[in-house]
Design a protein around this ligand. Structure first.
Ligand code: TXA
Ligand code: MG
Length: 320
């Protein structure tokens, strides 16, 4: 395994690894991805193996030119092109009918494929140099926190990737928003593109984000959980907080910090974008501190706050 700062020469090495069927962890603006040649079924199989991810959970194909979408799917929904025009490159994934060139393993047998064009120079350069779409889930072990820097990837996946490209911290910090564009349009996952912005184009969206038989396992009721128990803060339980090693995560201002062993703030200036970017980072930090319980303050569910609360609710659900 090579751990290299992302630059022209390490990206060229990584592209070569992709073309030989290997695994590359790389930065995007949302979270780090674990990429392989998305059109090579054996390479894609090694992604599932490295993450310990169930084969029923399909992968996103990442492209570097908007027009490459026509090579891998049928762009047959009237809103698709408008969404691409407005939000690509960026944290929006579109699910459309797949073309035959996309192997079934990439889509877990679904007739649709998820596609996005990331807004990160390293990711775009890697895809261009490799010359093919990269299948890439978030570069975490299955069910664990998503990585927002290269160190997070190393901690969870060790030497499973052939190379980790270090491109610093992810600017968005939560995964892409996923929209299904079939005969109806549905929201499958809240994420880095605010739903209010998408609805300006599509009109009100049907939500299909909680499902026990999910189309997208990001829809599973629990997911994205830290290894330490996490709950929403409840000031009636303050005696319990004092009696154990409790850490608290606040949106912008700590409340009763004396109750806690440590206190984290997602955005001192109260900016939701900054809070989203810091969310996984703070949870990764707390996983490695000696604490028994994490309590977290809910944030307002508008804009990116919806993606933040979605991640937090699923994490809390795992321990409830
Ligand atoms: O921001 C992101 O989207 C990151 C970066 C690396 O691009 N990727 C990411 O991938 O979050 P992953 O695999 O962790 O989450 C992708 C989600 C999964 O919940 C998967 O089930 C869903 O997308 N998905 C993929 N293909 C799908 C399809 N054909 N239909 C419905 N859902 C799909
Ligand atoms: Mg993931």
């Amino acid at each position: 395994m090579q751990f290299l700062k992302a630059d022209n020469s390490s990206i060229a090495i990584a592209a070569d690894i992709i073309n030989r069927g290997g695994l590359v962890a790389f930065p995007t603006e949302t979270v780090y991805g674990l990429g392989a040649d998305g059109l090579n079924p054996i390479a894609v199989a090694s992604i599932f193996e490295a993450k310990g991810r169930p084969m029923f959970n399909p992968l996103i194909l990442h492209i570097a030119e908007k027009d490459d979408i026509y090579k891998i799917c049928e762009v047959n929904n009237p809103f698709a092109e408008k969404l691409i025009e407005k939000f690509w490159p960026g944290p929006l994934t579109l699910v459309l009918p797949k073309k035959n060139i996309v192997p079934d393993i990439t889509t877990s047998g679904n007739t649709t494929v998820a596609v996005r064009m990331p807004n990160h120079p390293v990711a775009l350069e890697l895809i261009k140099k490799a010359g093919k779409p990269l299948a890439a889930p978030s570069a975490n072990a299955y069910g664990r926190l998503s990585p927002t820097n290269a160190g997070h990837v190393l901690n969870q996946l060790g030497n499973k990737p052939d190379i980790i490209l270090d491109g610093g911290d992810c600017s968005i910090g939560v995964e892409s928003t996923i929209i299904y564009l079939g005969s109806s349009i549905k929201l499958l996952r809240h994420g880095g593109t605010a739903i209010e912005e998408i609805e300006k184009i599509t009109g009100r969206l049907q939500e299909n984000i909680h499902s026990l038989k999910p189309d997208a396992p990001g829809q599973l009721p629990y997911h994205y959980a830290p290894s330490v128990k996490i709950k929403f803060i409840n000031i009636n339980e303050k005696e319990a907080y004092k009696s154990m090693k409790t850490s608290a995560v606040f949106f912008s201002k700590p409340n009763s910090p004396e109750l806690f062993k440590s206190v984290k703030v997602l955005s001192p200036s109260g900016n939701m974008k900054e809070a989203a970017a810091n969310l996984f980072k703070v949870l990764h930090e707390l996983e490695s501190e000696d604490v028994d319980l994490i309590v977290v303050e809910p944030v307002e569910e508008t804009g990116l706050g919806k993606a933040v609360m979605d991640r937090l609710k699923r994490a809390v659900k795992k321990y409830s």
